[in-house]
Design a protein around this ligand. Structure first.
Ligand SMILES: [Zn+2]
Length: 139
């Protein structure tokens, strides 16, 4: 039985007593019955609000986990505009002879034969071809 039903039930019982309406105790009983009924309504409203807030928190939690997936998932590029750039584009590690910093370049930059060191702006040139690439990478 819900709170509002219990309050109505108690109010009905009090009415059923057929108390003297001029009696001060009857007035108190009726005030208490009204009070219970109002309390039941208030609690019901609070429960509804609580459910709404819970739904909103659940929704935000789902949204947030979607954002986390986008931020931390390295394999999410399928649906994004830069999906044409895959991991192989940064497959080659190059150590700058000028400053010693290591940078990663793509196949396109390697085929151009020239890149700029991101640290010291030194121009780095490559003269090896595809066949020598695997061995050169080891250096
Ligand atoms: Zn450098």
């Amino acid at each position: 039985m819900q709170l509002s039903e219990k309050a109505a039930y108690i109010k009905g019982l009090i009415d059923g007593l057929e108390l003297d309406p001029t009696d001060k105790q009857t007035k108190i009983f009726k005030l208490i019955a009204d009070f219970l009924s109002e309390m039941a309504d208030e609690v019901k409203e609070l429960e509804q609000c609580y459910d709404d807030v819970c739904d909103q928190v659940d929704g935000m939690s789902e949204d947030l986990s979607g954002v986390e997936d986008l931020l931390y998932d390295e394999d999410f590029d399928d649906d994004l505009t830069y999906s044409d750039s895959d991991d192989e584009d940064l497959a080659y590690e190059v150590t700058c002879p000028n400053c010693g910093s290591t940078t990663y370049i793509g196949e396109d930059a390697l085929n151009d034969g020239v890149i700029k060191c991101p640290e010291c702006q030194e121009v780095l040139e490559f003269d090896y071809n595809e066949d020598e690439l695997d061995e050169s990478e080891e250096e």
